[in-house]
Design a protein around this ligand. Structure first.
Ligand SMILES: [Zn+2]
Length: 104
């Protein structure tokens, strides 16, 4: 989702190869075509979006977490990860909720 908002560079920052606008990666060295010099507003927007934008993954994760807690770990280890929120992202999200509730 956040990939759509990324700025691209006309040349690879790693090897200097000219890149077309539609290239996601450099065809020469494989480095991602992503300009890291973004305005703070864009950085903040992407940060908030990455933390809060889960689609139905959040509901799938919460449902399995509360009904079959071991299934979530089992599915993750078996590679069935697309339907759930990534564990690190879920940890950050629940921490933000926890500390927000703690301050209330
Ligand atoms: Zn390159």
């Amino acid at each position: 989702m956040a990939r759509k908002h990324r700025n691209k560079t006309p040349a690879c920052a790693n090897c200097g190869t000219d890149l077309r606008k539609e290239f996601e990666f450099c065809p020469h060295c494989g480095q991602e075509n992503h300009d890291l010099r973004v305005p703070f507003k864009t950085f903040l927007y992407e940060f908030v979006e990455n933390i809060t934008h889960f689609d139905t993954k959040l509901w799938n994760t919460l449902k399995v977490l509360f009904t079959k807690p071991g299934q979530l770990t089992k599915d993750f280890v078996e590679g069935k990860r697309a339907r759930y929120v990534h564990p690190a992202r879920f940890y950050v999200f629940t921490s933000v909720i926890f500390f927000a509730l703690l301050l209330v």
